[in-house]
Design a protein around this ligand. Structure first.
Ligand SMILES: NC(=O)c1ccc[n+]([C@@H]2O[C@H](COP(=O)([O-])OP(=O)(O)OC[C@H]3O[C@@H](n4cnc5c(N)ncnc54)[C@H](OP(=O)(O)O)[C@@H]3O)[C@@H](O)[C@H]2O)c1
Length: 201
């Protein structure tokens, strides 16, 4: 398959992309300043340009753009909206625009996160983003044309990121990267659609 991986140079991407290539897939990595193709998920016109440059693809995997931490007592709807720009609206754009560019039967694999399902301090924005992505996947799966598929992988903190994020989420058990990579591979290579894969340890 010809696979476009947005955020493929990041923590998950550095493990997923070599695995996809070792299975015989052609992988194009996109990012704001990394990979072969430029895109900023917060800017819809760059998504259009990315699809034009990448050409027809059989799968799109998105592993880019985090929700930001927030302070509930000071949180504003404007801040929430800004927080959603790349990770929620950007991933939605990948599908809405991608349905017109990708090949028949193409799949979209998005990334959400555990805060859709578990409350933790300082992640209201992250929870809203991921919960909204899960609802989007349900609807999009029955609307997509030409046999296209869409799923979301919802990780908890990943083992490889425990050092970076562990101080913010004390007591959260990380999911092993190998297990997480298997979930992405299954979304790309199987015929599953409309699924939220909860990769919670
Ligand atoms: N790591 C974890 O523990 C964890 C846990 C739960 C969920 N997740 C989710 O999994 C996804 C990937 O996480 P990660 O840890 O692999 O991230 P990461 O290491 O920060 O890598 C993110 C990648 O995405 C690209 N990127 C960032 N913002 C972008 C944007 N606005 N437009 C296009 N590309 C962008 C970056 O490259 P450029 O800088 O070149 O753009 C980079 O290659 C995120 O949605 C994250 O919230 C991660």
């Amino acid at each position: 398959m010809r696979i476009l991986v947005v955020g493929g140079a990041g923590t998950i991407g550095r493990r997923l992309v070599p695995e996809l290539r070792s299975r015989g897939h052609e992988v194009i990595v996109a990012g704001r300043s990394s990979g072969e193709v430029r895109v900023d998920l917060a800017e819809p016109e760059t998504i259009a340009a990315m699809y034009r440059e990448a050409g027809a693809v059989d799968a799109v995997v998105s592993i880019a753009a985090h929700g930001a931490l927030d302070e509930f007592a000071k949180l504003t709807s404007a801040e929430l909206h800004e927080n959603m720009r790349a990770k929620f609206y950007g991933q939605v754009e990948l599908v809405l625009q991608g349905q017109h560019h990708a090949a028949d039967g193409a799949s979209f694999t998005l990334t959400s996160g555990i805060f859709a399902d578990e409350a933790w301090p300082h992640v209201t924005g992250g929870g809203v983003i991921s919960g909204a992505l899960h609802s989007f996947v349900l609807s999009a799966a029955i609307e997509l044309p030409r046999g296209m598929r869409v799923n979301a992988v919802s990780p908890t903190m990943i083992g490889d990121s425990a050092e970076e994020f562990g101080e913010h989420f004390p007591g959260m058990r990380p999911v092993p990267m190998d297990e997480l990579v298997r979930h992405y591979l299954n979304c790309v290579e199987s015929d599953v659609t409309g699924t939220v894969v909860r990769a919670y340890a």
